[in-house]
Design a protein around this ligand. Structure first.
Ligand code: 5CA
Ligand code: ZN
Length: 409
């Protein structure tokens, strides 16, 4: 799968602030401690519908992680998957009497356009193109006893959820909570033949009318969690810096992604930080494809909304908080964008260094975007109210807002 064009990120003069992030596993904000190359994996879309503002908000949060690391002088190896084979995709294709491959290709292309418009810059890898790697991993898990086949007409392969010896450390959920979320989020607790309700599917043997891939395991298709495990492991290596996604992925997805990889390697931990974005809702409900209460990025772009205003609207809320999208958020984002643009268009302004230092300091503290935006507001307000004499200030703000917030003024 082609990565999309990279957005140029300028260097900002002054002193960067090292990034601290809330880690779900530890339950607290901790410093990230990347080497020269920071490594991040973020769970990507299942392309059966267009990108909505919930997806966009999650990817914006990790885009800021990327940008703050760049500011701190790291290179960033950022991998994001596209779940281009899974049940929801097949169900939607069947409902709409469409070829699932065409559906996936169309929605992936639209996603790419939306992300380019929002200036989000990862590198992405498809599940289908990773099937040989996934098959190899399942072979190893079977050989080590971490996986087993169920008996019966369809001898699917499952993961013994306790195989890594660390199961549960990522979510910290008790078993009752795990069981609830497992059933709710794509698991199959009642599948006959499993040793334990929480064991997770690794390989689903071919069924009539379902796509499948020939392999030494028998024709079939991969389970969801192993996809992310293998794509991350093979590109970033165990012990990478951040595993990210929305909070709906804390369990079972990220718990199992970690357990699979730790069983495969015998090492711990899969990732140093597990970072989760809150859910964006509309009218009090989580925005989700299955509920149909979606606001699409492409729809807003079609209505000629400036993507930079969408960015500012989504950043005016803490990434970990569940929050609602409202018309007011977009009105405020547009107004803020206009004010900032007006201020940086002037020839001179008050000194910008203190605002840039505050911007860096707030972002480095678990991406406190609300206060980061207010730092630029304060500078813009002062500039528009009383002017200033620093002729380099407008350009410094432009550069810092571009590099750190991804907003082009
Ligand atoms: N393909 C899998 C991950 S491997 C998946 O969850 N796909 S998704 O299309 O359902 O979601 C894509 C990303 O957006 C995930 O990180 C998910 O946690 C996040 N997400 C989904 N709905 C919302 C929402 N309402 N608010 C914020 N983030 C969301
Ligand atoms: Zn994933």
């Amino acid at each position: 799968m082609q990565p999309w064009s990279s957005v140029p990120v300028p260097q900002v003069p002054g002193t960067p602030s090292p990034l601290h992030l809330f880690d779900t596993a530890a339950g607290e904000v901790r410093p990230t401690e990347p080497g020269p190359v920071a490594r991040m994996y973020v769970c990507g879309i299942t392309p059966y519908d267009a990108t909505h503002l919930g997806h966009a908000a999650t990817y914006l949060a990790f885009d800021l992680v990327h940008r703050v690391w760049l500011d701190n002088g790291h290179q960033v190896h950022y991998v994001q998957n596209v779940t281009d084979i899974d049940d929801p995709l097949l169900e939607r294709a069947e409902r709409d009497r469409e070829d699932w491959i065409v559906l996936a290709m169309r929605e992936t292309a639209l996603f790419r356009e939306d992300m380019e418009a929002l200036r989000v810059v990862p590198h992405f890898v498809g599940a289908v193109e990773s099937i040989p790697e996934i098959v190899e991993a399942i072979g190893k898990l079977l050989a080590s006893g971490a996986a087993y086949r169920v008996d019966g007409e369809h001898p699917d392969i499952y993961f013994r959820h306790q195989a890594s010896g660390n199961f549960g450390y990522e979510s910290n959920y008790d078993e009752a909570t795990m069981r609830d979320f497992f059933a709710e989020r794509g698991g199959d607790p009642d599948r006959p033949g499993k040793e334990h309700p929480l064991d997770a599917l690794l390989w689903r043997m071919a069924r009539d009318g379902e796509p499948s891939w020939e392999s030494e395991l028998g024709a079939g298709r991969p389970g969801w969690h192993l996809e992310c495990s293998v794509i991350a492991l093979n590109r970033l290596g165990l012990g990478f810096d951040v595993q990210g996604g929305g909070s709906d992925l804390i369990f079972p997805h990220h718990e199992f992604s970690a357990a699979h990889a730790e069983s495969l390697t015998g090492e711990f931990p899969f990732a140093k930080h597990y970072v989760h974005a809150g859910m964006i809702g509309l009218d009090g409900e989580k925005m989700s494809k299955s509920k149909g209460n979606l606001v699409f990025v492409s729809r807003l772009r079609g209505d000629r909304v400036d993507p930079m205003a969408i960015r500012l609207a989504l950043l005016d809320g803490h990434y970990r908080t569940d929050r609602s999208w409202t018309d007011d958020a977009l009105i405020n984002g547009s107004a803020r964008l206009a004010r900032w643009r007006e201020a940086v268009a002037l020839d001179a302004a008050p000194a910008a260094e203190p605002a840039v230092a505050r911007l860096r300091e707030r972002l480095s503290d678990d991406l406190d975007t609300q206060q980061a935006l207010r730092a630029i507001d304060a500078w813009a307000d002062e500039t528009l109210a009383s002017g200033g004499s620093d002729r380099g200030a407008p350009q410094l703000i432009r550069t810092a807002v571009d590099a750190l917030l991804g907003v082009e003024l």
